[in-house]
Design a protein around this ligand. Structure first.
Ligand SMILES: Cc1cc2nc3c(=O)[nH]c(=O)nc-3n(C[C@H](O)[C@H](O)[C@H](O)COP(=O)(O)OP(=O)(O)OC[C@H]3O[C@@H](n4cnc5c(N)ncnc54)[C@H](O)[C@@H]3O)c2cc1C
Length: 490
């Protein structure tokens, strides 16, 4: 249904004045507005919502189509989220549902709010280390967009620790008071530089949830429409060069079409790829952007190891979250993957060491369409094939051993609280950015190779997953994309 700010706010119980809006959306339950937009965005997570807000700033008439529902409608019997299923077929099973939300606001409903930047060398793996690939864009291409992303994400951080964290060209929008105190713990016998983790914070200690403010702001703007509880099932090109419309289905299953000048898929790592794979035609028999069999491949994640323990009495460590990337360069030079280590000094005498290694993007890790199972609209569900390479295994063993040694330095005898939980998050790849269509699905401006007006935004376009939590980079890249689209449509 196309919803207005009034519908959204009344249903969510948000304490914000409802007002007449300039949205082109109708009232709940109405048919979709039969009109053409400048921009149609598929997905209302970080990539979709900030793209939409920025497009409105540029004066583009923008519709966001979202398969999930707003909080007040989520989980209702007619909500589409239950039809989003998947299968795992690789050696490692990937917990898709634990790493996303089919909902208005996407995974912003659950994320932890860590807003780190990638490092300049993350973009230059091939030229610096002779392995993996370089990105078609550089860290410098994103510098100003990182500042804006951090402003939009309401990032709170300490004053900068030069050298310990990636280059900063602007202060944190929200600066914590006081000086930062490095815990000074050596790792693998080396002095390492720690930096305090910056977080998205809207009041108190809560990371921003898009449906609190950003999505209501979008809905109340002139030229904006949010269509929720509608799944895009097909992207249609009539001439093999330009996308004409997308096919949608709502709970009733009635076919609907939506037309726009430009389309952006921002549906998350698994679903963006699934939608491109499922959109087949005589021009693209294997799916859009897949003439060279790149689509779906190089799926990768950040595994996370962690151990929580009681601190040895008498240790004077500064409370907080201390991360170091100092060993990344050495690890890469040695031929294993980078790994970030983090010491969380918690209240009541406990601490936690964490390791978040990079996994190498591997062609044989992929998302594909399941051979026999489909969802309620006849679209094959995604099948995820994921496993670790020998190099990933070596990296995991190294980070495990380093974590153990680091724990022994600080832990009280017999004081382990929990050990080596391992989870996998931060999916990336499947629609990677490439220098040409033999090496990627989208070009350096996120445009799908072979189509004039179809773009993809999100971590699915990352050529490598690098050494940062992804969302700050996702938002920076989506703002850059918005500026590019403005140039095309204006
Ligand atoms: C528990 C948890 C903690 C995390 N913590 C952090 C953190 O601290 N820092 C960090 O950087 N990252 C973190 N992340 C990752 C972060 O949440 C993601 O990087 C980010 O949300 C991705 O945003 P997105 O817009 O690309 O995708 P999503 O948020 O997944 O949004 C995609 C949207 O597309 C919709 N959609 C999918 N298919 C269709 C379709 N066919 N038609 C219409 N709509 C569709 C979905 O419903 C969804 O709303 C965390 C994730 C989780 C789960």
């Amino acid at each position: 249904m196309a919803i207005t700010r009034r519908d959204f706010l009344i249903g969510s119980g948000a304490v914000v004045a409802t007002s007449a809006i300039g949205s082109s959306g109708g009232c709940a339950g109405e048919r979709l507005p039969d009109e053409s937009y400048d921009l149609c965005i598929i997905g209302s997570g970080f990539a979709g919502t900030f793209l939409g807000l920025r497009a409105l700033d540029h004066g583009l008439r923008t519709v966001i189509v979202e398969a999930g529902s707003s909080p007040q409608r989520g989980g209702s019997p007619d909500s589409l989220e239950v039809s989003f299923k998947f299968r795992n077929s690789g050696l490692q099973s990937y917990p898709v549902n634990g790493t996303r939300a089919i909902a208005v606001g996407g995974a912003s409903r659950h994320w932890g709010g860590v807003t780190t930047r990638l490092w300049p060398e993350d973009f230059r793996m091939k030229s610096e280390f002779g392995r993996l690939v370089d990105w078609p864009i550089t860290f410098e291409d994103l510098l100003s967009y990182y500042c804006e992303a951090e402003r939009l994400l309401l990032t709170r951080g300490f004053t900068v620790v030069p050298g310990a964290e990636p280059t900063r060209n602007c202060p944190y929008p929200n600066v914590k008071g006081g000086d930062y105190r490095d815990p000074g713990i050596r790792i693998e016998g080396k002095d390492v530089a720690y930096f305090p983790l910056a977080h998205s914070r809207r009041g108190g200690n809560f990371a921003i949830r898009l449906f609190d403010q950003e999505i209501p702001n979008f809905i109340q703007s002139n030229g904006a429409t949010l269509v929720e509880n509608r799944q895009v099932i097909n992207i249609v090109t009539l001439d093999g060069k330009t996308v004409d419309y997308v096919d949608l289905r709502g709970p009733a299953g009635r076919p609907e079409k939506l037309r726009a000048k430009v389309f952006v898929i921002a549906a998350g790592v698994v679903e963006s790829c699934r939608l491109l794979l499922a959109s087949r035609s005589s021009w693209f028999p294997d799916g859009l952007g897949n003439r060279h069999r790149q689509l779906g491949h190089y799926f990768n994640v950040h595994p996370s190891l962690q151990t929580k323990f009681d601190l040895r009495p008498g240790l004077d460590l500064p409370q907080g979250h201390h991360r170091t990337c100092s060993l990344n360069h050495d690890y890469r030079r040695e031929g294993i993957n980078a790994c970030q280590y983090q010491l969380d000094v918690l209240a009541a005498g406990t601490a936690r060491w964490k390791a978040q290694p990079e996994i190498e993007p591997n062609y044989d890790n992929y998302v594909t369409l399941h051979g026999t199972e489909s969802d309620g609209f006849g679209v094959p569900i995604p099948e995820i094939h994921f496993g670790y390479t020998a190099q990933d295994q070596r990296t995991l063993e190294r980070s495990y051993a380093t974590l153990e040694a680091a724990k022994r330095k600080l832990a009280a005898a017999g004081g382990t609280v929990s050990d080596h939980d391992r989870w996998r998050a931060h999916p990336a790849g499947t629609c990677r950015m490439g220098f040409d269509e033999t090496t990627g699905v989208v070009d350096r401006n996120n445009r799908v190779f072979g189509l004039d007006n179809l773009f993809v935004s999100g971590a699915c376009t990352f050529p490598t997953s690098g050494t940062a939590n992804p969302t700050n980079t996702v938002v920076a890249m989506t703002l850059r994309l918005a500026d590019h689209i403005h140039g095309l449509v204006a």
